[in-house]
Write a protein that binds this ligand. Structure first.
Ligand code: NAD
Ligand code: WQD
Length: 342
């Protein structure tokens, strides 16, 4: 079984990728410092997979700790680098922490990988690199725009760093940059899912926590945008679908099918939904009436964005399978399971 190092593998997307990697015949090895996750994620993985998953509790920006892990693990076929801070608002308040962690951990990885002969990297990028796009849907050729937050800039800088490293004459690393749209939902087992610490920043955990009575009401950030119902449009992708994209990306690198040292793929459904559509679909699938009100716009919000998912389909053979309704149902099932476990 080929080992894949999964940085941030105890986190939301990483834990789902660990499941899909294992089920596809890889041996995932987690590296996580639990700065934004909990040990309970490992128990969830154990419950789904029926065995423990190796997890090294280190900061992946600590080169010596990373080397020690890689020495201990022996041959590692590739790395999926999820580890990063991801809260847009927090990044405005703590820019240095974001650059240090997000950019610093990538630099460390890129420096250490060649020392161990590791040539394959999948990197978590984001649709945030497109800023406010001029045309929809966005393809991989859509120009990136100045990001509207330090977080967004870390993703743009990381993409640039990967490209510069790939262009160096002695480079040995091939990278696939996956630009995620909005991941939502949870594993169908409801054993793993999103565990936002404190008040959620993202729409779907805010909805499920409101329906569960943890939050009093959802505020919809503006209904005066130039969209069919006035609320923002996003491309909501089920987290298990997103996790599967990592398996096909890793496989492509291992099979040496990548045609460039850096390849970029949008990972979205290709479908845009408004905030109100998400709320109404949630109400339908959960049977819960949601307490919500329209509030002012949130500064920095992109009015509308969704993916052109053609390249991932044609080149990776990747297509999402889960509807918005099923994705939201899984988010609700996870919220209920969380409440039951506490
Ligand atoms: P998450 O916070 O749930 O997971 C990140 C994990 O990385 C956490 O377990 C955290 O403890 C760990 N981590 C952070 N810094 C670390 C470090 N220096 N060393 C070791 N572990 C560290 O976030 P997520 O939603 O699973 O996001 C995963 C990746 O996907 C991130 O790079 C994020 O920027 C990117 N992304 C997320 C979204 C989204 O909406 N969730 C969208 C686009 C891109
Ligand atoms: C979705 C929609 C809000 C909360 C962020 C990052 C982006 C990427 C994904 C990492 C928006 C609306 C939300 C609420 C609301 N992450 N909303 N009330 O803003 O698309 O993207 O996460 O790379 O970089 O910026 O996601 O879930 O915050 O918001 O009305 O209480 O829901 O205005 O239209 P967003 P989100």
């Amino acid at each position: 079984m080929k080992k894949i190092l999964v940085t941030g593998g105890a986190g939301y997307i990483g834990s789902h990728a660990v499941v899909e990697l294992q089920q596809a015949g890889f041996q995932p090895v987690i590296v996580d410092n639990f700065s934004n996750s909990q040990e309970s994620a490992l128990a969830g993985l154990r419950a789904i997979l029926g065995h423990d998953v190796t997890c090294h509790r280190i900061d992946c920006g600590d080169a010596e700790a990373l080397r020690q892990v890689l020495r201990q693990e022996g041959e590692v076929a590739g790395v999926i680098h999820f580890a990063a801070f991801k809260a847009v608002g927090e990044s405005v308040a703590k820019p240095l922490a974001y650059f240090q962690n997000n950019v610093g951990s990538l630099l460390t990885l890129l420096a250490v990988m060649p020392e161990f002969g590791i040539e394959n990297l999948v990197f978590s990028s984001s649709c945030t690199v497109y800023g406010v796009p001029d045309a929809l849907p966005v393809t991989e050729e859509t120009p990136t725009k100045p990001a509207n937050s330090p977080y967004g800039r870390t993703k743009q800088m990381c993409e640039d760093i990967v490209r510069d490293v790939a262009g160096a004459p002695n480079n040995t690393v091939r990278t696939i940059l996956l630009r995620y749209f909005n991941p939502i939902g949870a594993h169908d087992s409801a054993k793993i899912g999103e565990l936002p610490l404190g008040t959620p920043n993202n729409l779907v955990p805010f909805i499920t926590q409101t329906a569960a009575g943890i939050r009093e009401k959802l505020t919809i950030f503006g209904n005066d945008y130039d969209t069919p119902d006035g609320t923002n449009i996003r491309d909501y992708i089920h987290v298990v679908d997103l996790a599967k994209a990592h398996v096909v990306a890793v496989q492509r690198l291992l099979d040496k099918q990548a045609t460039d040292t850096v390849e970029v793929f949008n990972v979205g459904t290709g479908r845009g939904n408004t905030v109100l559509e998400v709320v109404q679909t949630f109400e339908k699938v959960s049977g819960q009436q949601l307490n919500y009100a329209i509030g002012p716009r949130r500064p920095g919000d992109v009015p509308a964005i969704y993916a052109d998912a053609t390249k991932a389909e044609q080149v990776l053979g990747f297509k999402t399978e889960t509807s918005l309704a099923d994705s939201l149902a899984s988010a609700w099932k996870w919220q209920v399971a969380l409440a039951d476990s506490q």
